[in-house]
Ligand binder design. Structure first.
Ligand code: NAD
Length: 319
C-alpha cells in the first residue's frame, strides 16, 4: 500500500480538488451508489475524543475509514488538537490500498462541503458573509467560501474575540474587508458559516434575516449545538447525511424538541443531481447541516493517492 504522509497533502490536493470530490460524493450518495457506515465516537477521558467514519462508494470504487479525534493535550506538543488518518481498501479484495494523513484533508473537505452549499443554496446576490467561529477550521471555511461567491465584506463573531484578528488576516489575504461584530449584527449577512465547538446555541433565530443561507459545520457530535433549534423550524434544512444530521448534527436538537420532522430534512445531494430544487424563494432561510461524512474523507484521500502515484511521491510498503 502507499503511505501518503500529512506533509505531502498540501502539494497534492487543492481546495478546488476537494470541492469536486465532495460534490461527486454527495451526488453518489443521492443516487444510492454510496453510503456511510454508522459513526463510532468514544470519549477517552481527559477531554479526548476518538472515532471512526467509514463508507463504501460503489461507483467510485472506494472503501475505507477515517480514524481520528480530538486530543486537547496536543497544544502543548505543538501539533493540532484534531488528528486523523485515512485508510483506503480495495472494495473487491479488502486489501489495504493506502494510508493517508487526514488532518489537512479534513479541513479541505469540510470547507468544500460548506462552500458547495453556499454555491447552490445562497441567493445569487449574496454579498455579505458572516462567520461564527474563528478556530482552526474557520480559515479554511472562509477561503473556500471566497472561491464560490464574490463577497463585498465579511463580518465575524467569536466567543473568544482575541481569535478574530487571525480570521481577519485571512479575509485581508483574500482582499475582503473584515469587521468583528456582535451576534445581533449577523442579520446583515446573506450567508453565515458556523464553525465552533459550542455545546449550546450561540446564533439565535433573531440574528438571522429572511433569505439567509446558513452552513452549520461545527456540530458533529451528540451534545454540540451552534444555532437555536427554532431556526431550523423556520428554515428549509438540507443535510450531508440524514442519519448523522438527526443524531450528531445540528438538527439533533430541533428533532428531539419535536419542532422539526426528520422526514423534512433534504439530503443535499438531491440538489446536486437535480431531484430537489434547492432554494425556491428569495426570502427562504436555507440551512445546510454539515456533519462530515466518511465518504468525503475517502474521496479526498483518493485524490491524494492518485496525485502521489502520478508524481512518484509517498512510500510503498508491504503489509
Ligand atoms: P478549534 O478548537 O480550533 O476552534 C473552536 C472554535 O469554537 C473557536 O472559534 C472557539 O472560540 C469556539 N468555541 C469554543 N467554545 C465555544 C462556546 N462555548 N460557544 C461558542 N463558541 C465556542 O476547532 P476547529 O478545528 O476550528 O473546529 C471547530 C468545530 O468544527 C469543532 O466542533 C469540530 O469538531 C468541528 N468540525 C466539524 C467537521 C465537519 O465535517 N462538520 C469537520 C471538522 C471539524
Amino acid at each position: 500500500m502507499l503511505v501518503v504522509p500529512e506533509a505531502l497533502i498540501a502539494g497534492l490536493v487543492s481546495p478546488a480538488d476537494a470541492f469536486a470530490a465532495v460534490e461527486a460524493t454527495f451526488a453518489a450518495m443521492a443516487r444510492d451508489e454510496a453510503y456511510n457506515f454508522p459513526v463510532v465516537r468514544e470519549a477517552l477521558g481527559e477531554g479526548r475524543q476518538y472515532g471512526f467514519k467509514s463508507g463504501l462508494d460503489r461507483a467510485g470504487g472506494l472503501l475505507g475509514v477515517k480514524a481520528g479525534g480530538y486530543f486537547p493535550g496536543n497544544a502543548g506538543r505543538n501539533i493540532p488538537n484534531h488528528q486523523s488518518t485515512v485508510m483506503l481498501f480495495d472494495p473487491d479484495s479488502g486489501r489495504p490500498v493506502a494510508m493517508v494523513g487526514g488532518n489537512l484533508l479534513t479541513a479541505l473537505r469540510t470547507a468544500a462541503a460548506s462552500a458547495l452549499s453556499i454555491d447552490r443554496l445562497a441567493r445569487p446576490e449574496a454579498r455579505v458573509l458572516g462567520m461564527v467561529g474563528a478556530g482552526h477550521q474557520a480559515a479554511y471555511q472562509l477561503r473556500a467560501a471566497a472561491l464560490v461567491r464574490r463577497w463585498d465584506r465579511v463580518i465575524g463573531w467569536n466567543l473568544h474575540p482575541e481569535m478574530l484578528p487571525k480570521l481577519g488576516a485571512v479575509a485581508a489575504e483574500l482582499g475582503l474587508p473584515f469587521e468583528a461584530v456582535g451576534l445581533e449584527r449577523m442579520v446583515e449577512a446573506d450567508a453565515i458559516i458556523t464553525i465552533t465547538s459550542s455545546p449550546a446555541a450561540s446564533l439565535m433565530a433573531a440574528h438571522v434575516a429572511p433569505g439567509t443561507h446558513l452552513a452549520c459545520m461545527g456540530t458533529d457530535t451528540k451534545g454540540k449545538q451552534e444555532v437555536e433549534a427554532a431556526l431550523l423550524a423556520r428554515a428549509t434544512v438540507f443535510a450531508d447525511e440524514l442519519a448523522q444530521s438527526v443524531s450528531i448534527g445540528e438538527a439533533q436538537h430541533a428533532v428531539a424538541a419535536g419542532i422539526l420532522e426528520s422526514a423534512a430534512i433534504i439530503p443535499f445531494g438531491h440538489v446536486l443531481i437535480g431531484t430537489h430544487l434547492g432554494r425556491v424563494r428569495a426570502d427562504e432561510i436555507t440551512l445546510f447541516d454539515g456533519t462530515g461524512v466518511g465518504l468525503q474523507d475517502l474521496a479526498v484521500a483518493a485524490v491524494a493517492v492518485v496525485r502521489a502515484r502520478e508524481r512518484g511521491l509517498g512510500a510503498e510498503v508491504q503489509v
